[in-house]
Design a protein around this ligand. Structure first.
Ligand SMILES: [Zn+2]
Length: 157
């Protein structure tokens, strides 16, 4: 997957390092939302590194989603540490950052997945995730569907 036509601008790693900044952020996310990288088959981005909880390659639509987070971390003042601090505290910020990533993921699907049913299934799965415990259950599923499809949306708290 290319970023601005220049080729991969990220690193993919399996698992989370035992200590350091990524480990600390992961621990906080675990405490706050009960997430688990391996069980939830998640990808967690820190700076330019995507930490995945599974052996298989990252699906191309999810890769596009995670690339948005790499870009967000790179452009955020204070870098990934400051981004994560705000992401963990600020619900509106968190949902808005995810909406940007899910929108890009869905746009990719519309361009590259010819099977309508598969596109819809992925949209529903993304909306379930976005409205679910992984992000603090801060948006309804209907609002999450609207948000991912590029429409207006409301956050619950
Ligand atoms: Zn995301």
């Amino acid at each position: 997957m290319k970023v601005n036509g220049k080729g991969p601008d990220y690193i993919i790693q399996e698992g989370i390092p035992e200590e350091g900044a990524v480990a600390e952020v992961y621990k906080k996310a675990q405490e706050k939302w009960g997430v688990n990288l391996e069980r939830d088959l998640m990808v967690m981005v820190y700076g330019k590194t995507m930490h995945k909880g599974f052996k298989d390659p990252i699906d191309p639509d999810l890769l596009v989603h995670e690339e948005v987070h790499v870009k967000q971390h790179t452009e955020y003042e204070g870098g990934p540490a400051a981004w994560w601090e705000r992401y963990l505290q600020d619900t509106e910020f968190r949902i808005n950052q995810e909406v940007e990533a899910y929108r890009r993921q869905y746009e990719w699907l519309k361009e590259n997945e010819p099977d309508r049913n598969k596109r819809f299934k992925t949209l529903v799965r993304c909306a379930e995730n976005l409205s679910g415990p992984m992000y603090g259950e801060a948006i309804s599923i209907q609002n999450a569907m609207n948000a991912i499809r590029g429409m207006d949306y409301q956050i619950l708290y």
